[in-house]
Design a protein around this ligand. Structure first.
Ligand code: NDP
Length: 462
């Protein structure tokens, strides 16, 4: 008789957990997975997928306007928020059912409920306990909000995806991925949006040119960016909310949404009791094989402090399964992971920002192209795309690739392969473009930007 109920018990059926359990089962392991909400996790249920559907919805607003320049007459348009949310929910239900079926087809047992560790081989779900040779924690993350008076009135992205109606005036606090994405969603659907950020520009960590370019485009679309602003309190009023800023200004709105980061879901898992170490942020500490400080307990995805992106969690879950049950130990390479922000217009990046490259390399060349996309020559829209390459001068390798503009995520995905393969600027130059596209700019940029580290190469400001 087997020593344990299962070879693998997975806590959390999001992207990382589901991938790990399916692949482990394929390698012959007897697997169970528990989930306390809905199979699919953040990405499918209340993250990437519903967000992108709402992003599409928001973009129609501009598409209708742009159509006029191409000869179309569009009658009066109106948006039905309830219909959008209902259709989005139907799609999420469909995906949720597919995920459940995938687990079933793989022979993975799905247990409903919240799991916690009893000891290093035992998990408790409700009143039942289960034993397993290996335990994988894949519990993801959860929105984090600062503790200010009135914070209970604030929405997070979870509730924003389920609102009964579109708020007329919405304040979004934070300048990260979620904040700028929802700013575009609400703005496109007709809300009056204020983005309150505690820095001068949104998206800290992204290339400075992209950050500045995005701020400009958001402003052109009518989003009010309140820079260097921290909200100190939220008060409910007769017809909405009144927000106080740290410079004692008052912002009135109908909804306030916080997108101030996400924290790993580690509370109540019983980690400390069994010796699984967590770092200062509460994230599970793991080695390159996703192994925690307890030999048979592993963790993947947002619950670890690596890169909080779905494809990274999938890769970590797959590598874990191959390592532990597939006799093919392998670690995930976390370098040159491309990411996208589905703002309006979207952003996508892979590799180093110019600032990071200048810290890492002795000499860096940059190439920047800023242009009006062809579509807007007829639409008349005042929107500019921006593309940037960052090159290590010594080796000629392209070490960073950044884009702000329509289709940026679709374009940069391909370029991520080039960076991963170590392509040089000469390789980019030797590549013949596809015409007429925006993407061809990436292989036709010849003019280096003036080197800010060389005295005299930049004209002094007047
Ligand atoms: P981010 O970490 O991207 O951004 C958090 C933002 O909130 C930052 O601008 C930060 O400012 C600000 N902030 C933090 N604390 C406070 C505070 N107390 N008061 C005011 N502002 C504050 O988090 P998100 O919540 O947007 O997203 C979480 C993660 O989820 C992302 O990092 C990303 O990995 C992932 N994600 C990916 C998406 C994609 O792939 N398209 C989409 C959505 C999420 P500062 O910069 O000053 O610290």
């Amino acid at each position: 008789m087997a020593q344990y109920d299962y070879d693998l018990f997975v806590i959390g059926a999001g992207s990382g957990g589901v991938r790990a359990s399916r692949i482990s089962a394929r390698h012959g392991a007897r697997v169970a997975i528990c989930e306390d909400f809905r199979v699919g996790g953040t990405c499918v249920i209340r993250g990437c997928v519903p967000k992108k559907l709402l992003t599409y919805a928001a973009h129609f607003h501009e598409d209708f306007e742009d159509a006029a320049g191409f000869g179309w007459t569009i009658g009066e348009t109106a948006h039905d928020w309830k219909a959008l949310i209902s259709n989005k929910n139907t799609e999420i239900d469909r995906l949720n059912a597919i995920y459940i079926r995938l687990l079933k087809d793989a022979g993975v047992e799905l247990i409903e409920g919240r799991g916690s560790l009893v000891d290093d081989h035992t998990v408790k779900v409700g009143d039942a306990t289960y034993t397993a040779g290996t335990i994988l924690i894949a519990t993801g993350g959860w929105p984090e909000m600062p503790d200010i008076p009135g914070i209970e009135h604030a929405l997070t992205s979870n509730e924003a995806l389920e609102l009964d109606s579109l708020p007329r005036r919405v304040v979004i606090v934070g300048g990260g991925f979620i904040a700028v994405e929802f700013a575009g969603i609400f703005n496109g659907l007709g809300s009056d949006v204020t983005l309150a950020i505690r820095r001068d520009l949104p998206l800290r960590g992204f290339d400075e040119d992209i950050r500045a370019g995005l701020a400009e485009e958001l402003t052109k679309k009518g989003i009010t960016i309140a820079p260097n602003t921290t909200i100190t309190s939220i008060e409910k009023t007769a017809d909405g909310f009144s927000l106080m800023t740290d410079s004692e200004e008052i912002i009135e709105c109908d909804a306030v949404m916080y997108a101030t980061g996400r924290m790993p879901n580690t509370k109540g898992l019983g980690l400390e009791e069994v010796g699984v170490h967590v770092n200062k942020k509460g994230a599970i500490a793991v080695d390159e094989y996703s192994r925690t400080t307890v030999e048979n307990i592993y963790a993947v995805g947002d619950v670890t402090d690596r890169i909080a992106l779905t494809p990274v969690a999938l890769a970590e879950g797959h590598a874990f399964a191959d390592t532990v049950f597939g006799k093919k130990p392998r670690a995930v390479d976390h370098s040159n992971v491309a990411s996208a922000v589905f703002s309006h217009p979207p952003i996508s990046s892979v590799g180093l920002t110019e600032a990071q490259a200048r810290e890492q390399y002795e000499a860096v060349d940059t190439y920047v192209s800023r242009f009006k996309p062809m579509k807007h020559t007829l639409s008349g829209r005042d929107e500019r795309s921006l593309m940037k390459l960052v090159v290590d001068r010594a080796t000629d390798r392209v070490v960073g690739c950044h884009m702000l503009g329509a289709d940026a995520p679709e374009i940069v995905q391909g370029l991520a392969i080039a960076l991963k393969a170590g392509a040089t600027k000469a390789d980019f130059d030797a590549t013949i473009g596809i015409h007429p596209t925006a993407a061809e700019e990436f292989v036709t940029m010849r003019e280096k930007q003036p080197d800010p580290t060389t005295p005299g190469s930049i004209e002094p400001a007047e």
